[in-house]
Design a protein around this ligand. Structure first.
Ligand SMILES: [Zn+2]
Length: 163
């Protein structure tokens, strides 16, 4: 499966996004929420793909929750870059990744199609397959953590995905 690799500015948190969607066709979204607007985030996801998040130093990874508080927005505590957001579920976790962190930049240089998820309920947000009330939830890419430095107190991430 083709891979898009990226990282935060300082490189502490890196991402590996495996997807069969081509750079020409993958949807890029510009979420209208105040967090994503403030970061200028453009996100991508693929229900048939995989996202691997590598956290070089666990203490540096900041997890921020707001709104429905269902997801961890992962922000590098050193360089401040918003890298990805992970929504733990019973199967493990699903995620979206900030395409601006890709080494090659966002697909097609696309700043993203404006989307808003403000009206979503928690059940809609967590719906299997992510298709709810006529729109496709962005929370669709199966995610797994690869913590590169467990000796520094890091554990599986997101931690709640293990229970
Ligand atoms: Zn960083």
């Amino acid at each position: 499966m083709p891979v898009l690799e990226g990282a935060c500015h300082c490189g502490t948190i890196s991402v590996r996004f495996e997807t069969d969607l081509t750079p020409d066709s993958i949807p890029v979204r510009a979420c209208a929420c105040s967090f994503c607007r403030a970061h200028g985030a453009s996100t991508v996801s693929d229900p048939a793909g995989h996202l691997t998040i590598q956290i070089g130093e666990p203490d540096v990874a900041q997890r921020y929750r707001f709104g429905l508080r269902t997801a961890d927005f992962l922000v590098c505590g050193r360089c401040g870059v918003y890298v990805a957001a992970v929504l733990p579920d019973r199967q493990g976790a699903v995620a979206i990744v900030n395409a601006n962190t890709f080494d090659a930049g966002p697909p097609r240089g696309d700043p993203g199609t404006p989307v808003s998820y403000d009206g979503e309920t928690e059940a809609e947000r967590r719906a299997p397959g992510g298709v709810t009330s006529g729109h496709r939830s962005p929370w669709s890419t199966p995610a797994r953590n690869s913590n590169t430095n467990k000796a520094k107190g890091g554990g599986p991430w997101p931690p709640t995905a293990q229970s």
